[in-house]
Design a protein around this ligand. Structure first.
Ligand SMILES: [Zn+2]
Length: 131
């Protein structure tokens, strides 16, 4: 009778399995996350959005900076670019698509900045000030 597995033993086994599965899933989740590119969108030096660039993520949105001015940003195939803008020089449009760590797009007239960083560096403060 003493060797019989009781419900507490079963509960303990389930907990051990659950913890192992959790460590396994959490570990692989971290591995997948590592090295991902995040696009940070700044308007007038304030972070207004961050987007993980993956091959299957697609979106388009506008950053409204008031007075009818805006930048339309497009994300597709792991790349981000300015699709449309009200700025007079259109320099941001000509900067094209970016997808690598450290690359950036700047729109000086609209005080907009898009920068890509690896997710390991999210703690870093932005060191470029658009005036
Ligand atoms: Zn521009």
């Amino acid at each position: 009778m003493r060797n019989k597995i009781n419900k507490y033993d079963i509960a303990l086994i389930i907990v051990i399995i659950a913890v192992n599965v959790f460590i396994l899933v959490y570990g692989s989740f971290n591995a997948v996350e590592k090295g991902q590119k995040i696009a940070y969108v700044y308007s007038e030096n304030k972070l207004v959005g961050e987007y993980t660039l993956t091959d299957d993520y697609k979106t388009e949105f506008s950053v409204d900076i008031g007075s009818g001015s805006y930048n339309t940003i497009h994300i597709e195939d792991g790349k981000i670019w300015i699709h449309d803008a009200t700025c007079p020089d259109k320099v941001c449009l000509s900067q094209g698509k970016i997808s690598n760590d450290g690359e950036l797009i700047v729109c000086l007239p609209n005080k907009l900045l898009v920068q890509i960083k690896d997710n390991q560096e999210t703690e870093d403060d932005i060191d470029i000030i658009v005036k």
